[in-house]
Design a binder for this molecule. Structure first.
Ligand code: ARG
Length: 473
């Protein structure tokens, strides 16, 4: 048996008292501890935690709220802790609940009593909101960069296939021919709006909560503006209750993430369809397809399928956050601790998905011949024939009716448009020109030259515009 004194000292080292322990006479139940712990999740905020604590301590020193020498000791200690964490030398302790108490306890080990002054004029409530807003801003930047990279990959694919045609669909029925590049540019446009949404989310996160205290503000002559400046916040949270209670900026991120995933998921669905034998437009690269354990011929689009399913998860995180908030009275409630799990999961899933799609996209191989054939099959030029009659003076509704009858006739004969004779065309309208059968895919594409259309010259201009834009960004 070691001497009593020694064992007590050892115990004090491994399980320091809770920061809020003073009021309690009984220690907490192990199951309660396990249930409340969050350090496994929130340790991800360590850079923000260290930066925010340093800015706070400096301000406390400048304002003479704590002795300047203590402030300096605190700042030095925090910097060392940051290095320990970065190097993987920091011992995270679950019994200390969360990141904030872990860092503070380590600071006390390192610099002693001066550490006890760091928590002057702040609460974990404004602290965690500050960490999380800093983190959200960086997450928005990271995400926007990842979306940009994916846009570039899509643009490269569109440029490499700039003359490839395919059927455009409505109701998943062949509708009108389009250029594949036009189709891919549609996703680039969606992703551009996603980037805008992350920029807006970043803007709303960009306000400093510190100085709000637990909920009501703090009774010290603090200088919030200088803390905001040091941490790179462009403004202050203006209401202390709002500052500690709301997580709308996390919802903003999750909403933008859910929508971005939804966009990716639609492309994923098309990759699944296009790589099927039924469509046969797309060959999946070996490096991004998986085989079957029983059917040796299979090439499965598992990446696209998983992206579709993970979209559901990110949508779920958004619903988790909204549901978590909707019943909460002001101000802080422990429920808010769960925001991080949902936030980080949404971010991780989106970033992983963007990365794998950016890597896979340049490897996608289109079957241009098959696309071209499919583009005009099933009377996909019907609208173009109607437009041809409109150019001869027939009102569109009547032209539509004429072509409807023509299609019914051709279908019965089992002939495509280009197999019909001039006489057959003229049975339906005298306005058809002699060479009506030769209308063809290229003319149909060229004709859609109004701004935003799939005409090759419009698409070429759009590709150039996006190349310039993405390279400047
Ligand atoms: N771990 C907590 C969270 O993430 C920090 C704030 C705790 N505040 C409190 N009053 N218990 O929400």
């Amino acid at each position: 048996m070691p001497p009593r004194k020694k064992s007590r000292q050892k115990k004090a080292n491994t399980t320091p008292a809770k920061t809020w322990g003073g009021r309690f006479s009984q220690s907490s139940h192990p199951l309660a501890d396990a249930y409340t712990v969050s350090v496994d999740i929130d340790r991800r905020l360590w850079r923000e935690e260290i930066a925010a604590s340093i800015a706070h301590a400096r301000m406390l020193g400048r304002q003479r709220i704590i002795p300047r020498a203590d402030a300096s000791r605190i700042v030095r200690g925090l910097r060392e802790i940051g290095r320990e964490i970065e190097a993987g030398r920091f011992r995270w302790r679950e019994e200390l609940e969360d990141i904030h108490t872990n860092v503070e306890a380590r600071l006390r080990q390192k610099i002693g009593a001066a550490a006890d002054r760091l928590h002057t004029a702040r609460s974990r409530n404004d602290q965690v909101a500050t960490d999380l807003r800093l983190y959200a801003k960086a997450a928005c930047d990271r995400t926007a960069d990842a979306i940009r990279a994916f846009q570039l990959a899509l643009l490269g694919l569109a440029e490499a296939n700039s003359t490839v045609a395919m059927p455009g669909y409505t109701h998943l029925q062949r509708a009108q021919p389009v250029l594949l590049a036009h189709h891919l540019l549609a996703y680039i446009e969606m992703l551009e709006r996603d980037i805008e949404r992350f920029a807006q989310a970043r803007h709303r996160a960009d306000a400093l909560p510190l100085g709000s205290g637990a909920l009501a503000g703090v009774p010290y002559p603090i200088d919030r503006a200088s803390v905001a400046k040091e941490l790179g916040f462009s403004r202050l949270c203006e209401n202390s209750l709002d500052a500690v209670a709301d997580r709308d900026f996390v919802v903003d991120y999750a909403a933008a993430a859910a929508l971005c995933m939804t966009h990716i998921s639609r492309l994923a669905e098309e990759i699944v369809l296009w790589s099927s034998a039924e469509f046969g437009f797309l060959r999946l690269p070996d490096a991004f397809s998986t085989g079957s354990s029983i059917m040796p011929q299979k090439r499965n689009p598992d990446i696209a399928e998983l992206a579709r399913a993970r979209t559901a998860r990110v949508q779920g995180e958004l619903v988790t956050l909204l549901s978590m908030l909707k019943g909460l009275p002001l101000a802080y409630n422990r429920d808010l601790q769960e925001d991080k799990r949902a936030f980080f999961s949404a971010e991780d899933t989106l970033l992983e998905t963007l990365a794998v799609f950016a890597a896979m996209t340049p490897e996608l191989q289109f079957d241009a011949e098959r696309g071209r054939k499919a583009a005009t099959a099933n009377y996909a030029l019907a609208t173009d024939y109607a437009d041809l009659l409109v150019r001869q003076g027939l009102p569109f509704r009547q032209a539509h009716e004429v072509i409807g009858r023509l299609v019914r006739y051709a279908e019965k004969k089992g002939k495509p448009f280009d197999a019909l004779t001039p006489a057959e065309f003229r049975r339906f309208s005298p306005l058809f020109p002699e060479d009506a059968a030769n209308l063809g895919l290229d003319a149909a594409l060229r004709a859609r030259s109004a701004p935003g259309g799939t005409a090759p010259r419009r698409v070429a201009a759009a590709l150039r515009r996006w190349r310039r834009k993405l390279e400047d960004a």
